[in-house]
Design a protein around this ligand. Structure first.
Ligand code: FE2
Length: 184
């Protein structure tokens, strides 16, 4: 089909993404049950509190080989006990698949864990670029006092394995100790 010069159906302004088929997902504290260490602190909080929102462009159906997705996550500041608000975290169902994350606004930490349960973290700040290698679980914590905004691009056949992390967690937690984030 002859197309000539057209306008892309998608937009990206740095901290917003938009266009055809934009998907939005919201997670409240209710959706994060069981991921925080301090169960009493969790129970005392309003479960309707917004934890994060993800907006994504997924041009091809999930599972399409060779496709790419892109999304932006807005992760609220806050703590449950000493533990920062964070995303659920996942491995990819397709274990060979990789992903880029990059920091847009605010301060956070990308927490990574390999299949031998070794945990490490990379500081996420505006302009930081993070390459998530195969077989590495990943989650992001907001260590600042403003909304953390980060973008991501991942393969459309990566898939999400949330179950392993829901059952086994990460081997270390990111807690605020003496006013600073520490992996313990
Ligand atoms: Fe991922």
């Amino acid at each position: 089909m002859e197309k000539g010069i057209v306008t892309s159906p998608y937009t990206f302004t740095g901290d917003t993404i938009g266009g055809e088929g934009l998907k939005t997902g919201v997670r409240t504290l209710a959706d994060l049950q069981g991921i925080f260490a301090d169960e009493a602190a969790y129970q005392a909080m309003d479960k309707d509190t917004l934890a994060y929102r993800v907006e994504s462009i997924e041009p091809d159906p999930q599972g399409t080989p060779g496709g790419l997705y892109m999304g932006i996550t807005y992760l609220a500041p806050g703590k449950v006990g000493k533990e920062y608000f964070m995303t659920k975290g996942h491995f990819h169902l397709n274990p060979e698949s990789t992903e880029f994350y990059w920091g847009v606004k605010g301060e956070g930490m990308l927490i990574l864990m390999d299949e031998d349960r070794h945990v490490w973290a990379e500081k996420m700040v505006p302009g930081s670029l993070h390459y998530i290698r195969p077989r590495v679980a990943h989650r992001v914590a907001n260590t600042g006092d403003e909304t953390l905004v980060f973008a991501a691009s991942w393969p459309s056949d990566a898939g999400h394995d949330y179950g392993t992390i829901a059952r086994e967690g990460f081997a270390k937690r990111l807690l605020e100790i003496n006013g600073k984030p520490e992996l313990v």
